[in-house]
Every structure is written in C-alpha cells, then in structure tokens.
Design a protein around this ligand. Structure first.
Ligand code: DX5
Ligand code: ZN
Length: 217
C-alpha cells in the first residue's frame, strides 16, 4: 500500500473502450476509482449511474469511491451499496440531516464522506468529524472534468488536516478537481492523502507511469 491514494476519475475515461480503460487502471498503482454521479439538479451536468457502477464492479477489484452530486442522495444509498460502492461522499451544500445520512451510509457497510465546494468554509466540517471516514475538498466547482485547479485549495487542505489531527480520528483527506503533476506534490505536502485525477491522467499515454509520478515516486 502506498502512503497516498490515487483515484482516477472515471468521468475522464474513454467510454468507447471501457475494457481497455480498466486494463490501464487495474494494472496501475491507483488504489481507488473515483465515480462521479451527477443528476443535472445539484450540478449543471448529468454523468452516469447504476448501470455503469454495476459494470465497474465487474471490471475491477479496486475500491470504488462514489462522489454524489444528486438531490436526495439518501434515497439511493442502498442501491449504491448493491451495485458495488465502497464509499459514498455527500455534499455539505443543500443537505439536511447530514449526521443521519453519514450514519446510514456506514450502517450499510460503506465508508462515509463529506465534500465541500471551494467557497464553503472548512470549519463547517467540524460537527461531523466523529462520523467521517473521508473529507473531500473540491479544488474546482463540481460539475465538469478538465477545469483549472484553484490555488486557494492548498490552505484549505492544511486547515482540514489540522481539524483531522485535532479530532484524533483517522479520516482520509481527499482533493478533487484539476489535479495533475503541477500540484500533486504540493497537495501531498499540505496534508492530502487521496488525490482524484481525471483529465490529466486519462490523456496520458503512459497511464501507469503518470500514477507513479503523482505518488511522488
Ligand atoms: C468534478 C468531478 C471531478 C472530475 C475531476 O465535478 O467531481 O471528480 O471528474 O476531473 P479533472 O481531474 O479532470 O478535474
Ligand atoms: Zn468527483
């Protein structure tokens, strides 16, 4: 196991040849697959859902990290579990009963994560630390792959790392959006331990080699 987790974002994969994309992912040192579910209501885009999750589960043994950008996520927790999700991450924004939702995810045997947008204060995470397995810091506004990384993220990662240390709990700190070799090492230095990487990684010919570089090896 590496110190840092790399999570290729499936949103950037070439869907014309999914099997080949999974061969690349499976033979790489990436430990997770990041699976973005968007419903066109929570974010201005629609991505994919259960049929692709089911196929993904059959195409890989890797950990499937599901990022939910949908209305009423709790309505679908059981189905996400059924189709193979290992963790579910819900957005802080526009949600109610966050604690109960995190508990429901864990009761189904999945890891529970909370994600905040670039303009949401890191301190909102505090009341939920006791329930969290994962914190996701968005480094772009969610909805689309291939956006430019927001530099203010470094400080937000440092701040989140301090919150986690103070809590005394083991919580994975993940960053999502515009991650590439231009920022990966600085993010790891700031305290990130899981990096989502979409377009920068899938456009590379040497997928495996790029994962190794993201890991800082
Ligand atoms: C954006 C998604 C990201 C996206 C990352 O809303 O949550 O996971 O796929 O893609 P890149 O790395 O291209 O920014
Ligand atoms: Zn995502």
């Amino acid at each position: 196991m590496n110190k840092v987790i790399i999570a290729p974002s499936l949103l950037a994969a070439d869907f014309r040849n999914l099997e080949r994309e999974f061969e690349k992912i499976n033979s790489s040192e990436a430990e997770w697959i990041h699976f973005d579910v968007m419903d066109g209501l929570n974010v201005p885009n629609i991505s994919f859902g259960f049929p692709l999750l089911e196929a993904t589960r059959k195409l890989t043994d890797k950990y499937i990290d599901v990022h939910l950008m949908i209305e009423n996520p709790s309505k679908y927790f059981e189905e996400f579990k059924k189709y193979g999700a290992d963790s579910l991450t819900i957005h802080y924004e526009n949600q109610t009963n966050i604690k109960e939702q995190l508990q429901a995810i864990k009761a189904l045997g999945m890891k529970a994560g909370l994600v905040i947008n670039p303009n949401t204060d890191v301190s909102v995470l505090e009341p939920y630390l006791s329930e969290l397995d994962l914190i996701l810091i968005m480094s772009v506004f969610p909805g689309f792959g291939g956006q430019k990384f927001i530099d203010a993220t470094y400080d937000r990662v440092k701040q989140s790392r301090r919150l986690i240390e103070d809590s005394g709990r083991y919580i994975i700190l993940q960053v999502d959006g515009g991650v590439s070799l231009d920022n990966s090492q600085e993010l790891i230095g700031a305290g990130a331990d899981a990096l989502v990487c979409g377009s920068a990684l899938f456009k590379e010919n040497d997928f495996k080699g790029y994962v190794v570089k993201l890991l800082g090896k």
